[in-house]
Design a protein around this ligand. Structure first.
Ligand code: ADP
Length: 641
C-alpha cells in the first residue's frame, strides 16, 4: 500500500497544487522522500530523489532496489543494508552515507527511515527521507578549519575574544583568552562579572565607561587596562569591543590583546624621549628641527625667546613664516643639510646684528640613511665675545702698565746705577782721606776721637758694600745678557774658587751632584750661586760647620705651580744646615732691603736675594725658599731646560 500522499477532502486541484509546492520545496532543500512497499518490494522516489542523483525522473517514480543500490557508494552499501535491517528492531534510523550520482559525483546524504506495521504488527512498508548534505558538510568543515585557524591566529597575536549575548545572558570566552589569562580553557564559568573581576580594581571603571561608550555606538577607540593572571601576575591588556544587534539579541563582542611588552617598550621610549625633550628644552643653544619641506618640527625654549614665537605657533610652519629675516645663506645651508651634508658656520656677526653666533645644521637620517629632517643648533657666542673683548681691553691696559713699569724700573735701575756710581767717587775720597788720617794723625786723636773715627771707617766700609750691591742689582737689568749653553759644574767651580777663603775660614763643606748644562747668562748665574752659597755660610749655626748640598734634576712645568705647564725645567737646589727661617718669610726675603736679622748679628744689605730673584727672572725661571728655624734652608731655582 502506497501511503506517500493520502487522499484528503480537498479538491483534486488543491492536491495538485500541494504536490507541486512540495516538489519545489524538496528540490530547493535537496531533500527527497521515498517509500518501500515490503509486500511488492516496489520503491517509490519523489522527484527530488532523482534530482539529487542527477538522473531523470522515471515515469511512475518507481525504481528497483538494484537501481537504488546502484547509486550508493560501494564502500557504504553494506552499512546502508545493515541500517535498513536494524529498522526491524527499532522504530527509526538516522545515518549518513555516500552516493555516486549519474554524472559521477560523490555526495553525502543524510538519511532518515521508519518502518510502518499493520494492526497485527506485520511490517507493511518503509518510509524515509534522504537529503543531500554535501555542501552543508563542506561548509561545516570549512567553518571548523576556520575556527582552528582562528584559534592559532589568536595565539600568534597574543589575543583572545569574548562574546556576550545580553538577552540570552550567554557569555563565551575563546580558548586563547583563557590561556591569555593564565587558565586552561573551561577552567572557570565565563561571565561578565568574572571578566570584570580579573580586571585591576583601579581600571574597572575605565572598562565600564568604555563599554557604555560602545553601547552608544562609539567603538572606534581601544581601551587599555591591567588584569591579574591566575598566577597573580599583572599584565596589560588592550581591548576593542563592538555592540551589535544579531540573532534577536544584543551581542557584545570583545577582543583582548596582551600588550604588556609593547606598553613597557612605549614607557621606556617615552621616558627616553621625555629625557631628550628635557635636554633640548633646557639647552643654552637655540635648537630647532625642520622636515624636508622646511617646516618646523622642533622648537625649544631658547628659540621661543629669541624669535618671540611660541612653540605651538612655530610647529608646522614653513621657516619663512617664522624667521622674518632668514638669510639666503642660511637657507642655502639648510638645503645642503637636507641633501645630507653636515654644515658648520663659524661665528659671524649675525644678520640681525644682535650678537655673535655660530651654527650647525645636521641632517637627521632614518635607519636607511634617508634624510627626513635637519637639526639646527645656533650657539650664542655673544657672552664669550663680550668677555674676550673685556679681556683684550684688560690685556691692553696691562701691557701699557707693564711698559710703564718697565720704564720706571729702567729709570730706577739707571738712577740707582748713577747714584751708586756717583756715590763711589765721594766715598772713595772719604776712604782715601780716612786712610791718610789713620796713617798719619790717628795717634793725635783723643780716645773719643779715635772711637768716632773707627766707627766712621766701619760705616764707610758698609756703605761701600751697599753701593757695590746696588750696582750689581742695577747691572742685572742693564748689562747685556748673552745666553749660552754652559756647564753648571764649571760655574760652581768658579764660584768655589772665588769664595775659597770664606769656605776655608768657616770650614764649610759643599757637596754637589753632577750638574747639567744650561742655557744661561754665565756671569749672572755665577752671581746667583755665589749669593746663595755665601748666605748659607753666613747664616750657619754658631759652632756648626756649614754643610751645603747642591742637587739638580729635571721637572715638568705642570708639576710645579708658577711654571709654564707645557715646558720642562732644570731644578737646582741649594740646601744648608744653617739657622733657617720661619716659612712665613719665604716670599718677603726676596724683596729689596728685606732682612730678617739685624746688621749687628749678621752683616748684610738685604739685596743679595733680590739680586738672585732678578737673575732667575732674567732666565724666565722662578726661585723658591723653604726654611725651618734651627734646621736649615733650601733655595730652589727653576730655569727652562
Ligand atoms: P742679606 O744681605 O741680609 O744677607 P739677602 O737678601 O741675601 O740679604 O737675604 C735676606 C734675608 O734672608 C737675610 O737677611 C736673612 O735673614 C735671610 N736669609 C738669606 N739666606 C739665608 C739662609 N741661607 N739661611 C737663613 N736665612 C737666610
Amino acid at each position: 500500500m502506497r501511503a506517500a500522499f493520502k487522499g484528503t477532502d480537498k479538491s483534486p486541484e488543491d492536491s495538485r497544487k500541494r504536490i507541486e509546492l512540495l516538489k519545489m520545496s524538496q528540490a530547493v532543500n535537496l531533500l527527497g522522500s521515498w517509500e518501500l512497499d515490503l509486500k511488492t518490494n516496489k520503491l517509490f522516489w519523489t522527484d527530488a530523489m532523482f534530482q539529487i542523483r542527477a538522473t531523470p525522473v522515471s515515469g511512475d517514480n518507481l525504481v528497483s532496489w538494484e537501481e537504488n543500490e546502484h547509486f550508493i557508494h560501494v564502500e557504504d552499501r553494506e552499512m546502508v543494508k545493515q541500517q535498513f535491517e536494524s529498522l526491524f528492531r527499532k522504530e527509526d534510523v538516522n545515518f549518513e552515507y555516500r552516493i555516486v550520482t549519474a554524472d559521477g559525483k560523490t555526495k553525502l546524504v543524510a538519511a532518515w527511515a521508519t518502518l510502518f506495521r499493520d494492526e497485527n504488527g506485520e511490517p507493511l512498508f518503509l518510509r524515509g527521507t534522504s537529503q543531500d548534505i554535501t555542501r552543508q558538510r563542506e561548509a561545516e568543515n570549512k567553518l571548523r578549519e576556520l575556527n582552528v585557524a582562528f584559534e592559532y591566529a589568536e595565539e600568534i597575536a597574543n589575543m583572545g575574544n569574548w562574546q556576550f549575548r545580553v538577552k540570552a545572558n550567554e557569555f563565551f570566552i575563546s580558548g586563547n583568552l583563557y590561556k591569555l589569562l593564565g587558565y586552561e580553557p573551561g577552567d572557570f564559568e565565563p561571565s561578565f562579572d568574572k571578566l570584570l573581576d580579573i580586571i585591576h580594581a583601579d581600571d574597572r571603571e575605565k572598562m565600564k565607561a568604555y563599554l557604555a561608550k560602545c553601547s552608544h555606538g562609539d567603538c572606534s577607540d581601544a581601551v587599555e587596562y591591567r588584569v591579574s593572571r591566575k598566577s597573580g601576575e599583572e599584565r596589560v591588556i588592550r581591548s576593542k569591543c563592538k555592540v551589535l544587534q544579531a540573532f534577536n539579541d544584543t551581542l557584545i563582542l570583545g577582543t583582548m590583546q596582551d600588550v604588556t611588552d609593547e606598553v613597557e617598550v612605549r614607557r621606556k621610549l617615552e621616558e627616553k624621549s621625555s629625557f631628550a625633550q628635557m635636554l633640548i628644552e633646557n639647552s643654552v643653544d637655540h635648537i630647532a628641527a625642520y622636515d624636508t619641506d622646511c617646516r618646523i618640527i622642533a622648537w625649544n625654549r631658547k628659540c621661543e625667546q629669541r624669535y618671540h614665537v611660541k612653540k605651538e605657533d612655530a610647529i608646522g610652519k614653513h621657516v619663512f613664516e617664522v624667521y622674518d629675516k632668514f638669510h639666503p645663506e642660511e637657507f642655502a645651508d639648510l638645503q645642503k643639510a637636507l641633501k645630507g651634508e653636515h654644515v658648520y658656520k663659524p661665528a659671524q656677526l649675525s644678520n640681525s646684528a644682535d650678537g655673535l653666533y655660530e651654527y650647525f645644521m645636521i641632517p637627521l637620517k632614518d635607519p636607511n640613511g634617508k634624510v627626513f629632517g635637519v637639526l639646527s643648533i645656533l650657539h650664542d657666542l655673544s657672552a664669550i665675545k663680550r668677555s674676550t673683548d673685556k679681556l683684550n681691553e684688560l690685556n691692553q691696559s696691562l701691557e701699557l702698565k707693564n711698559k710703564e713699569l718697565e720704564r720706571s724700573n729702567d729709570e730706577m735701575a739707571s738712577f740707582s746705577y748713577v747714584a751708586s756710581h756717583d756715590l763711589q767717587e765721594p766715598l772713595r775720597k772719604i776712604q782715601t782721606f780716612a786712610k791718610l788720617i789713620h796713617e798719619k794723625d790717628f795717634d793725635v786723636l783723643s780716645e773719643r776721637g779715635k772711637d768716632y773715627f773707627q766707627r766712621m771707617e766701619a760705616a764707610s766700609a758698609r756703605m761701600q758694600v751697599l753701593i757695590d750691591d746696588l750696582l750689581t742689582f742695577s747691572r742685572t737689568n742693564t748689562l747685556p745678557k748673552e745666553f749660552k749653553t754652559v756647564d753648571l759644574n764649571q760655574v760652581l767651580d768658579n764660584v768655589k774658587k772665588e769664595i775659597k777663603d770664606t769656605i776655608e775660614e768657616k770650614n764649610a763643606v759643599i757637596n754637589a751632584t753632577h750638574l747639567p748644562e744650561a742655557n744661561i747668562v754665565a756671569f749672572q748665574f755665577k752671581q746667583l750661586l755665589e749669593n746663595l752659597l755665601l748666605n748659607s755660610i753666613k747664616y750657619a749655626k754658631e759652632d756648626v760647620a756649614p754643610v751645603i748640598n747642591i742637587t739638580a734634576d729635571k721637572v715638568k712645568g705642570k708639576d710645579v705651580e708658577g711654571l709654564v705647564p707645557e715646558k720642562e725645567y732644570i731644578r737646582i737646589s741649594v740646601a744648608d744646615n744653617g739657622i733657617g727661617f720661619h716659612q712665613e718669610y719665604a716670599e718677603k726675603i726676596f724683596e729689596l732691603f728685606q732682612r730678617l736679622h739685624s746688621k749687628h748679628e749678621y752683616p748684610g744689605t738685604g739685596l743679595g736675594l733680590a739680586i738672585c730673584r732678578k737673575i732667575v727672572h732674567n732666565h724666565k725661571g722662578i726661585i723658591r725658599a723653604e726654611g725651618k728655624e734651627g734646621v736649615g734652608s733650601t733655595f730652589t731655582v727653576y730655569i727652562p731646560a
